[in-house]
Write a protein that binds this ligand. Structure first.
Ligand SMILES: [Zn+2]
Length: 81
């Protein structure tokens, strides 16, 4: 459950700052496709059916977002492990 909250918050942050586009065809016809094993949001492109996960290493995110994620992850670790 904790991971879902983190994923939700991250997703919300990302959606507020920019639209998500497909890494293959650059289409914005992208839908959520559940979560992968590490809790990251999985996406699927309706244009080319490519499945992908947003990679923060390749796409710079705001420092405040990073700090928020760090805080949430710490909380999750405290609660679940
Ligand atoms: Zn695509």
């Amino acid at each position: 459950m904790g991971k879902d909250i983190v994923g939700y918050v991250v997703q919300k942050e990302l959606c507020q700052k920019k639209t998500i586009s497909c890494p293959r065809c650059d289409s914005n016809l992208v839908v959520k496709n559940g979560f992968i094993h590490n809790g990251n949001q999985d996406f699927k492109c309706k244009q080319c059916n490519r499945q992908f996960v947003l990679n923060p290493k390749n796409k710079p995110i705001a420092q405040e977002t990073k700090e928020l994620i760090d805080k949430l992850l710490s909380l999750v670790l405290l609660l679940n492990y």
